[in-house]
Design a protein around this ligand. Structure first.
Ligand SMILES: [Zn+2]
Length: 245
């Protein structure tokens, strides 16, 4: 189906997290793109042989969920941190700096790779005591961190292009999204969604006016829409397009 250009419309809504109709619900993984999930099962099996229980901390996330996270941060109802780990205050930053501080760690709804069912945040629950609260912090995935060994096992496979098609889009090498060692993306399927996102009118979606793409009519608008709109293209370049393959 993905090869058929005439079926592009449903996939725009899928790319933006507005439709789940192309996704499959699978054990241990949840909603996912079928081919990405098949590759993930293969990677999990190999991890098990290497002594890890590669598990999903966060997989598919829809537009509304991402909108709720983003809007809560924009309004200062959810903590926003600097790279140093220091808690930021909305009052002490200008509106532009506040927006960019949020974009370091949270995607604009409609632009999250988690909308596709091809990207997964991973961890190993057997490497930590039960009741451990996962932070998804770099310190957990390097040095003495509990998932450092799993992470370096994955790094080796990725460098050898032997990770069942998975790679890490967020390495921290550009000035956009902060490094995320836990975020794996299935390149062969993820790259199919990129042109679909480009063609869609995200401004319409952020205004809550994309019913033609399956958006619910009572969908909230994006908090800070004006701020985002004023530098939409630059934001897309810095936080979205620079991670495309
Ligand atoms: Zn992620």
């Amino acid at each position: 189906m993905l090869d058929n250009p005439s079926s592009a419309k449903p996939f725009v809504s899928w790319a933006l997290g507005l439709s789940r109709s192309g996704l499959t619900d699978l054990p241990e993984i949840g909603l996912a793109h079928e081919a990405a999930a098949a590759a993930l099962y293969r990677l999990m099996k190999r991890a098990q042989k290497a002594g890890f229980k590669l598990s999903i901390a966060s997989g598919y996330r829809d537009y509304e969920r991402q909108l709720a996270i983003f809007n809560a941060k924009m309004r200062g109802e959810r903590p926003v941190y600097a790279d140093s780990g220091v808690l930021l205050s909305k009052q002490s930053l200008g509106s532009r700096d506040w927006l960019h501080a949020i974009l370091r760690y949270s995607a604009l709804p409609g632009t999250s790779r988690h909308h596709w069912g091809t990207d997964f945040d991973i961890w190993d629950p057997t490497a930590v005591p039960s009741g451990y609260v996962l932070q998804l912090q770099p310190s957990e995935y390097c040095g003495d961190g509990p998932f450092a060994q799993l992470s370096s096992w994955l790094t080796t496979l990725i460098l050898q292009d032997d990770a069942e098609g998975f790679y890490r889009p967020y390495t921290g090498e550009s000035g956009g999204v902060a490094p995320e060692l836990w975020h794996l993306s299935h390149r062969p399927t993820a790259k199919l969604f990129q042109p679909l996102m480009e063609s869609a009118s995200l401004i319409h979606v952020w205004s809550g006016q994309a019913q033609h793409l399956g958006q619910s009519s009572d969908c909230e608008t994006l908090a800070g829409l004006q701020e985002v709109e004023s530098e939409h293209d630059a934001i897309m370049d810095q936080y979205v397009r620079s991670y495309w393959v």
